[in-house]
Design a protein around this ligand. Structure first.
Ligand code: GRF
Length: 211
């Protein structure tokens, strides 16, 4: 299934773009986005924080900031495909009930179905911890270290039906140090992510991104 990417509207400070942030883990990216949005003059704001795990540490950032925060777990449906679809239908309903205009994946560890992507295409953005198209998938830092490259980074991209394959909006490079392990590399890349992601979301919400 494929279709056109429909980008979000150009928003303004007076009528900011309504973001939903989807997380699965610690939420350091969510925290940096919320900090960014707490400054005056942003043309986007987070209206919903959603996790697929009730134990996601990042849910705490939502609770602290008074933003509606939901954990929607996979339902107990035995058929795998049906289970994914039911889960995403529930997420889709939550997103529409909050008038979401842009879905920000921030460490959301599930691959979205073509059904879900089709509903939101152009309005789902992701950050991946490598310089895509190099090192897609769930183990980017491990793969970067085994490849022995000296530069990695992060990529902001629109989500399509593939895995880490949608149109690339921006890269930020990060050096790999000779004594890096996965943890040290992840930490350095996250620092870059926390600068890059909010700045690209600013541009998306200004209508200044075209693909
Ligand atoms: C980030 O490195 C992001 O690129 C990847 O998952 C990590 C999430 O970290 N998709 P956090 O939960 O925001 O701390």
């Amino acid at each position: 299934m494929s279709g056109e990417f429909i980008l979000p509207r150009a928003a303004s400070k007076g009528d900011p773009l309504r973001l939903a942030v989807l997380i699965s883990g610690g939420g350091s990216g969510l925290s940096s986005l919320l900090k960014h949005q707490s400054s005056e003059g942003r043309n986007h704001r987070t209206v919903l924080i959603l996790s697929d795990r009730i134990d996601a540490g990042g849910l705490e950032f939502g609770r602290e900031s008074g933003i509606r925060t939901l954990a929607i777990q996979l339902p107990s449906e035995p058929d795998l495909e049906k289970r994914r679809l039911l889960h995403e239908q529930e997420i889709h309903e939550a997103l529409t009930s909050y008038d979401t205009e842009l879905i920000v994946l921030s460490g959301y560890m599930r691959i979205l179905t073509p059904w879900f992507v089709g509903k939101w295409k152009g309005r789902i953005v992701n950050i991946h911890p490598s310089l895509l198209p190099d090192f897609p998938g769930a183990h980017a830092h491990r793969d970067v270290l085994s490849a022995g490259v000296s530069t990695t980074g992060c990529t902001v991209h629109l989500v399509d039906e593939g895995v880490d394959s949608g149109p690339i909006l921006a890269h930020r490079e990060v050096p790999v140090m000779p004594d890096d392990d996965e943890a040290s590399l992840q930490e350095r890349v996250k620092r870059a992510e926390h600068l890059l992601y909010p700045s690209i979301i600013d541009l998306l919400a200004l209508g200044e991104i075209s693909i």
